[in-house]
Design a binder for this molecule. Structure first.
Ligand SMILES: *[C@@H]1O[C@H](CO)[C@@H](O)[C@H](O)[C@H]1NC(C)=O
Ligand SMILES: *[C@@H]1O[C@H](CO)[C@@H](O)[C@H](O)[C@H]1NC(C)=O
Ligand SMILES: *[C@@H]1O[C@H](CO)[C@@H](O)[C@H](O)[C@H]1NC(C)=O
Ligand SMILES: *[C@@H]1O[C@H](CO)[C@@H](O)[C@H](O)[C@H]1NC(C)=O
Ligand SMILES: *[C@@H]1O[C@H](CO)[C@@H](O)[C@H](O)[C@H]1NC(C)=O
Length: 192
């Protein structure tokens, strides 16, 4: 009886320490090798595909069509795949949304960089209602902003799902006389 119970205690202790060791190993791996890292978004290029401007000085009216080509790349620095949800890239003018393009959900495998070539077209009717447009156009510089949030999940060791987000915001000005993009300034924010 006595011998049996002490053997049982030993087996029990051994099993417990093995279990503790496995749990510790998983926790250490989860915090190091498999630690979730946020995706890194970079705006590679921003070009004007189309810029048509019609200025009616008599009526102080602006007729403007703009199409922008924005090349964005998203890198997944994780040791595992990153699944991102549906999202939308925005084009803003002085805080007002004037164009958008959807990005359909997908996956970026470990270490891969995925490129998105986005075409943003201005919804002219929204732009026209802005009272500052006329003065911006006549000053020769149109300030615009592109905004993109990529969010999704990284699953660590297959069962721990971590939510990661990456925000990109670029301010730039379009020179209305030579129709080029000048002084582009991007801010990248990330959070786990
Ligand atoms: C902008 O596009 C609209 C519709 O396609 C067209 O009617 C208008 O003439 C265009 N404006 C300019 C300045 O090209
Ligand atoms: C993502 O967008 C696609 C295409 O518009 C749609 O079929 C799908 O249901 C969307 N998924 C979610 C989770 O909203
Ligand atoms: C995006 O465009 C660039 C050049 O403009 C090209 O090298 C790249 O392959 C394109 N990427 C995709 C995903 O179409
Ligand atoms: C736009 O470009 C033209 C020609 O390069 C230049 O003369 C002008 O100063 C520029 N305007 C602005 C607002 O930078
Ligand atoms: C257009 O104007 C910008 C300044 O707004 C200048 O940096 C750029 O070099 C000009 N491009 C051409 C082709 O004149």
């Amino acid at each position: 009886m006595k011998v049996g119970s002490s053997k049982g205690t030993k087996v029990c202790l051994t099993v417990t320490s093995v279990l503790i060791a496995i749990v510790l190993l998983i926790v250490i791996l989860a915090l190091t090798v498999f630690k979730a890292k946020h995706p890194v978004t970079t705006v590679d290029s921003l070009k004007i595909q189309d810029f048509d401007l019609n200025l009616d000085i008599a009526k102080l009216r602006v007729d403007l069509n703009i199409t922008l080509d924005v090349d964005v790349s998203v890198k997944n620095p994780n040791k595992v795949g990153f699944k991102y949800s549906n999202t939308t890239a925005h084009l803003n003018y002085r805080g007002q949304l004037i164009g958008e393009v959807p990005i359909i959900a997908g996956e970026i495998s470990s270490g891969e960089t995925k490129g998105f070539n986005l075409t943003l077209t201005v919804m002219a009717d929204r732009l026209l209602s802005n009272s500052q447009l006329y003065s911006d156009i006549t000053s020769g510089s149109l300030p615009l902003n592109t905004f993109l949030i990529i969010s999704g999940k990284v699953s660590i060791l297959g069962f721990i799902k971590v939510h990661v987000v990456s925000t990109t915001s670029c301010d730039f000005a379009v020179n209305t006389s030579n129709k080029t993009v000048g002084n582009q300034e991007c801010q990248y924010k990330t959070k786990l």
